[in-house]
Write a new protein. Sequence first.
Length: 90
Amino acid sequence: MVPQLTADILSHAAELEKRFSLSPPDSIVFASVIAHLAHAPDGPKCFASQDRKGFANPAIHDELTRYGCKVLVNFTDAAGYIESVLRTDG
């Protein structure tokens, strides 16, 4: 499930933009991911982005880790992680 873009997400995005020095689009992505994670069931979670400039901030990784979310900076690593989780669960 992908959260809808709501006023709450946009408000949170404005806060995250300032807090993490993100671009407006990156802050909306980040706020949307956090909104999804806040309501996601237990289990493995990951955020994959090749936007190293936008999401390479260690504080962003720390924030996502609080939600049990692994951060991956390329799609090859993301695919490997997902395959590993599926092998473990299946």
